[in-house]
Structure formats: C-alpha cells, structure tokens
Design a protein around this ligand. Sequence first.
Ligand code: GLA
Length: 453
Amino acid sequence: MTTLESMFVDLYGVARSPRLLRAPGRVNLIGEHTDYNGYPVLPMAIARGIRCLAAPRNDGTVRIANTDGRFGERVIALDALEHAFPQGDWANYVLAALRGLFVDAFIPREHALGFDAVFDSDLPVASGLSSSSALVVVSALAALAANGRSADPLLLATALARAERHAGAEGGGMDQAIALLARKGHALKIDFFPLRTRPVPIPDGCDFVVCNSLVPAAKTAAAREAYNHRVAECRLAALLLATALGIDPTPSGRPIRLAALSPAATGLSVNTLLDAGEDAFGTAPWSARDVSQRTGIPLPDLELRYRLPDADARFHLLQRFRHVLTEAARVQAAALALAGGAAEAMGSLMDASHASCRDDYDVSCPELEELVALAKRHGALGARLTGAGFGGCTVNLLPADMVDTFITAMARDFYAAREDVLAASGMTLNDALFPCVPSDGAGEIAVTDREAL
Ligand code: GLA
C-alpha cells in the first residue's frame, strides 16, 4: 500500500471505492503577468503534481489530510463555506474549489456529498510552480468525483480561477487552465476572456530545466501583496491610457483591461502605443490621489473599484505597461518560434522576457539573477524567472544533449554552497533542480495504474 492509501485507511477506514485524482504543476515558458491583463501566456504542465485519494461521505463535511506533516488535518462544512481558514492555511485552497463548484452550480448545493481525502505531492510548495492551483484543481476533481459529476474543463478552469481569488491573490487564469487542459508533449497558448487554448508542440531538441532559487515565492503573504500591487498598477495604467485615447475606461461597467488597448484592438502599433503610454503616464510614480485628480474619479471610489492597496502606495505605470505590452508581443513570437522548431529564437525571447520582468516589472531578486547569469554561462539558450517571481524558480531552455552537463554545472555553482538552505527548505537537490517534460493535464488515475505508483 502506498503512504497515501495507508494514511487514508488509518484516518477514515477502508472506503468502498476511493478515487485517485491528480493535478500537475506547471512552468510558464513565457508570458508573465499578462493573463490578468487579458493577454496570452505559454505554459506547459510538468510531470510533478498533487494527488488526492478521495471517497464520498454523506454528512455534509469534507475531511482533508496530507502526507506532508506541515499541512494538518482540517474539516470543512459544506453549509459554511464562507468561513475561511486563517490566511495562508492550505485548507483555503480546498475551500476555494468547493465554493467555485457550488457558486457556478457544477454541483447542486442540495444533496451535495462531502468526501474524505488524503493528498500527497511531489511539487515543491511556494516555488512558483503553481502548487496552490494544482491543489484547487485536484480538490475540485475530488468533489466532482464524490458527487458523480463531470465538468467542461474550460468552464471549470474559468470558475476555479475566479474562486481561487478568495484565497487572497488577484491571480489571472493561467494556472488553473494549464492544470486542467495541458496536453503531453505540448505547451499551451492560452487566451483569456473568454478562455481559449491552443496546443503548441515542443519540438525535439528543446529541453527545459527548472532551477529553484530557494527563495520562497508564490502565495506567501509578502509575495501576495506585491503581486496584487502589480495587478492594481495594470488596472490604473489601463484606466489612464483608455482615458488618454478617448476609449471608454469601463466598458460594460467593469474596469478596462490592458488587452482591450492592444495593437489589434486599437489599430495602433506597439511603438505608437508605447509613445501614448509615455505621454499618458510620464516616468514618475503615481499615487492614487494623482490618478483621482487626473480622471475625476473620487478617491474612495477609485480605491474600491480598482482594489488599490494602502493610501501611500506608489504606482509605476509606464514600466508596468511597457512590460505587459512587449511581453504580449513576445508570447505571439514565441508560439511561432516553438511551433517552427526555432530553439534559438525561443531562447532570445525568454531572455528578453526575463530582462523585462526584472527591469520593468520588478519581480526578480538577486538569487534569480544569479541563476539566470549562471544558466547563460552554462549553455542555456534562454533563461528566465517563471511564475509570479519574487523568488521561486527559473526555467531554462537547453539543447537536449546539454541537459546533463547543465544540471551538473548548476548543482556545483549554485546549490553546493547552499546545502543548509536546501535542507531547511525540506527539498532535495532533485526537487530544486530538475529537467521537466511537457505533461498531461489533471484527471483520474485508473485503479489498475494505481498499483504501479
Ligand atoms: C501567478 C498567477 C498567474 C499569473 C502568474 C504571473 O502564477 O497565479 O495567474 O499571473 O503569477 O504570470
């Protein structure tokens, strides 16, 4: 019996027909901080992920446990889903999934069954590899299985992206979409509002290696705040640019997104839009008061509608706008480069993306910089931070025959001097530095396959 199964039996007894579900983590190859602006991304699912062994129960509760001792047992009452756990608690991601399923009626609330579940994972947490969305997705699949339901993956991904925001980060929809819709051997070009995906084959000779900076990232409190601050900056940039271009800044009553001011939408070239941005924003940071004065929107309305952080916050609008606009163009070029097998072109786009994330979006850190510089020295065609940034991982594009030597060199030059940091993080070197293959999206693992796990 696997640890997952024995823990399940210890906690809940033998279930008649438990189901085994799995959702993968992901690396984003390019298109960082574009999703919530309505622009595309290009991630791929990796072979690491979160599994969940689950069986229905009929007393209206969900009981969850984890083979990782850092995440304690929790009980969730289906009729009290509005009661969140303290911020940062892992159960909030399960809660988010349940809310998403009920709010969007994938499972009718009346007569909904709860479930018992044990989770395990080989996806490092707080690494920018999307462990939180994998947890949301696998929990949703467990709830659907317990209730004998299925869901259209596009609709489910959209609902879960919305639902995960309850956990505190104003994320876009990339992570839930790739976890649900990924296809083996492919990256996915994902477009948003509405969600659409297109598989892009990863050509032979393009291999990817992940390097963890050992700086915890992802949804930690500080990273969440910094992330939400970037989201607010983009909303304000879109508001001011739309106003400057004479475009309605609240189409259908909602704040406009930057993608609604794209070259395709406005008929203006990237350079013309960059010039318009420079005219609209100038180079100095903005306060909420400045934006209020420029637009005539009363400050309290602005703070509420655009979900602005504290009153002293400063917004770097030109830099954020420049990143998003140029990154969106790089995603289009990267999808073409990959599809055409142009590894070097893809690598250059990844390098440019990293520079833009660092210089204009300000989401890098010294350890990520060190990793990227080392990677380039050791033969990476492209090297960039992946995910939200502020720590977490880099993704590196290598010609296939160089993967082994690259890994040896990175182990020696980055990780050898950090054995204590690695040990304290609970990761092995193989969890921090590993090649990744484009893998399938979430689903059920058949009982027959389970014996092999
Ligand atoms: C996090 C979010 C995503 C996306 C990335 C940055 O992973 O969950 O929606 O915004 O950051 O590209």
